[in-house]
Design a protein around this ligand. Structure first.
Ligand SMILES: Nc1ncnc2c1ncn2[C@@H]1O[C@H](COP(=O)(O)OP(=O)(O)OP(=O)(O)O)[C@@H](O)[C@H]1O
Length: 338
């Protein structure tokens, strides 16, 4: 089956003017997206992450037909997005956290009715999908409120509903939780996770919120300076991009820092010498062997192994501090960010 999203050496440059003085300016090229290649299969939930200016929104705009590539090839649901925009619109849903697709002066219900007519959704289907979104996203209290009077969180719930009323197979979200409070974020994440799990709707989302990724994405595409730095399941990037784990040991008796243990690269002690955080290289020693080595040195009360946080993983990938060979973790070998 054709992947839902395909990019092959996808490139987009912009010509920008830089002012040199009051009367002089020069033109130069910015490569926002630089030979990006990936494929997203049906039913996947992929996080597209990268620092500010990395090229995420530009990629999304090309995938959804808003921008035309200057190089390479892009296909969304098997279609050339910029040439088949109308056809594509009927098959995908798009949510831009910073831009609205709702009619500002109309109540939400009127926007939804207009979208029903635009996408020619049968009335009964529309009504049942809307009822479901109203319930799951809690829109009931403000369906009759003009969009301009809604809070950001309320509007975003409206935006997601608007993107789903025509039952798209693929949902592309650009920073869907930006600016939302914790409860609204959580509600939206739960809804999206459910949509992916039970309906098989493919999700591609850009975000700076690592909790979004943790909750929603099984796969991460990391981009910087327009190039893909890493592409793989979050679990694999977590265990392999960061070569270290931490063993947290609670001792029966206070002790000096447990130095000189094999594979251990750092030791932090707290709780008056009772708790030791031992950072160790996963390629040098297993957790079991380290626990045994610790037990020989001191009486152990409790023990746990802490994996690197997603924050650590992303930070290391941005910094190009990848420990393992590129091919092992799907890190793009040509893009060592050093
Ligand atoms: N219309 C445009 N004209 C000129 N340069 C642009 C244009 N759109 C984007 N760029 C440049 O392309 C690069 C990538 O921008 P893009 O908006 O895709 O990044 P992003 O990863 O979405 O960033 P952020 O996380 O800050 O939203 C940036 O250097 C940006 O200044």
């Amino acid at each position: 089956m054709t992947p839902h999203l395909e990019a092959e050496d996808l490139t987009r440059t912009f010509t920008v003017r830089r002012k040199l003085s009051r009367f002089r300016s020069e033109r130069h090229e910015v490569t926002a997206v630089d030979s990006v290649s990936f494929a997203v299969e049906r039913g996947e939930a992929v996080g597209y992450v990268g620092p500010n200016g990395a090229g995420k929104s530009t990629t999304i705009k090309m995938l959804t037909g808003i921008l035309t590539p200057t190089g390479g090839r892009v296909r969304t649901c098997g279609l050339d997005p910029s040439r088949r925009r109308v056809e594509l619109a009927a098959r995908i849903g798009v949510v831009f956290g910073q831009r609205s697709q709702l009619w500002w002066d109309l109540p939400l219900t009127d926007s939804f009715a207009l979208l029903r007519d635009i996408y020619r959704v049968p009335a009964a289907e529309h009504a049942s999908r809307l009822a479901e979104c109203v319930e799951l996203l809690g829109l009931g209290d403000f369906l009759g409120t003009p969009v301009r009077q809604l809070s950001l969180g309320q509007r975003m719930r409206g935006e997601v509903t608007a993107a789903l009323l025509h039952a798209p197979e693929l949902l592309v979200l650009d920073e869907p939780t930006i600016g939302l409070d914790l409860e609204s974020k959580e509600r939206l994440r739960e809804f999206l996770a459910e949509l992916n799990a039970t309906r098989g709707v493919t999700l591609l989302l850009t975000t700076h919120d690592l909790d979004d990724i943790e909750r929603l994405c099984r796969r991460l595409l990391v981009i910087d300076h327009g190039r893909v730095l890493a592409d793989g399941p979050l679990s694999r990037l977590r265990t392999e991009a960061v070569g270290e784990r931490t063993l947290v040991v609670d001792l029966e008796q206070p002790a000096e820092p447990l130095t000189g243990l094999p594979g251990v690269t750092g030791c932090r002690v707290e709780n008056e010498g009772r708790r030791h955080h031992l950072t160790f290289r996963r390629d040098r020693i297993t957790a079991a062997a380290l626990i045994a080595a610790v037990a020989e040195r001191a009486a152990v009360h409790d023990i746990s192994v802490v994996e690197p946080s997603i924050d650590d993983v992303i930070r290391r990938l941005y910094a190009g501090e990848v420990v393992h060979p590129a091919e092992e973790i799907g890190v793009n070998p040509g893009t060592d960010a050093g």
